[in-house]
Write a protein that binds this ligand. Structure first.
Ligand SMILES: Nc1ncnc2c1ncn2[C@@H]1O[C@H](COP(=O)(O)OP(=O)(O)OP(=O)(O)O)[C@@H](O)[C@H]1O
Ligand SMILES: [Mg+2]
Length: 267
């Protein structure tokens, strides 16, 4: 039985894209960090978010995940405003962090089961009394990332690459509409990083989950993403198919542009 082919309880057919960001502005301590940001991510689409350090990538991803509020504009996950339905948005958006954010003293399986917390009654989550279907889904998620044999291993005995696989399995077990990943390979060596991105792309494509993933490596964005969105000084200045992203775009994102107003390029 493939549990991934079954819709999550209560999930209905959707027409709205998994993510639609429109005209978002945000200030932090007087700094205009996001400026009129707009982008969308379709089902099963992998969008790389590029931009120089300080461009606003983490801030945008935190707002999309419902971890931070926005000052104006809208962020909708599958047609639902994140600001209006924070708890539901949290279930629909899975987050993958650079430093994995796993509970080190728990097993890989228990960490993956944490992805089910938004789906089960709260007493079950507190008592860690998950139903058989949730356990099967968690095991299948671990199998998908190649770690079924490590299910009962404590996470603190796993390598960084293996821990990031557990984090991906936890995100998949959540059965989200969207996975937000903030530099998920920044803590890994280049070989492991490429494997993790390939895995994320494959699993999400198969499951139809949208991915918005910040990266610092242009080459990986071109290799793994469907589209590239570029942020500069908090504004979306590039939104092109990954195959169209070239040196000119990279120059625009990473050349020093202090004092210049960002202009936008889209296809
Ligand atoms: N809590 C905060 N208070 C004030 N300014 C902040 C805060 N957090 C972030 N900023 C500012 O917002 C801007 C965007 O930061 P952000 O962390 O989103 O950038 P980033 O694109 O993720 O950078 P990096 O590639 O280095 O991770 C920066 O100028 C940063 O200094
Ligand atoms: Mg960041």
């Amino acid at each position: 039985m493939n549990l991934f082919t079954q819709p999550a309880p209560g999930r209905t057919a959707q027409r709205a894209p998994p993510l639609r960001v429109s005209g978002v502005d945000k200030r932090l301590h007087g700094v205009h960090v996001l400026r009129d940001v707009s982008l969308s991510v379709g089902s099963g689409e992998f969008v790389a978010l590029l931009g120089a350090s300080g461009a606003g990538k983490t801030t945008l991803l935190r707002c999309v995940a419902g971890l931070d509020s926005i000052d104006s504009g809208t962020i909708e996950v599958a047609g639902v405003p994140v600001a209006a339905l924070r708890r539901r948005a949290r279930r629909q958006v899975a987050v993958i962090f650079q430093r994995f954010n796993l509970v080190q003293r728990l097993s890989a399986l228990d960490n993956v089961l944490a992805g089910r917390l938004g789906h089960v009654r709260s007493w079950r989550g507190i008592a860690r009394r998950f139903e058989r279907a949730d356990r099967l889904l968690a095991l299948e998620s671990l199998e998908r990332v190649g770690l079924l044999d490590y299910a009962v291993r404590r996470v603190d005995t796993l390598s960084g690459g293996q821990q990031q696989r557990v984090a991906i399995a936890r995100a998949l077990a959540q059965q989200p509409d969207l996975i937000v990943a903030d530099e998920p390979v920044a803590s890994l060596d280049p070989g492991s990083g490429g494997e993790i991105l390939a895995l994320l792309r494959r699993c999400c494509g198969e499951q139809g989950v949208a991915v918005l993933c910040s990266l610092h490596q242009v080459g990986w964005a071109q290799q793994f993403a469907d589209r590239v969105v570029g942020l500069a000084q908090g504004a979306t200045v590039i939104d092109v198919p990954a195959s169209a992203f070239d040196d000119r775009h990279a120059q625009r994102l990473y050349a020093r542009t202090a004092g210049k107003e960002p202009s936008t390029e889209q296809t």
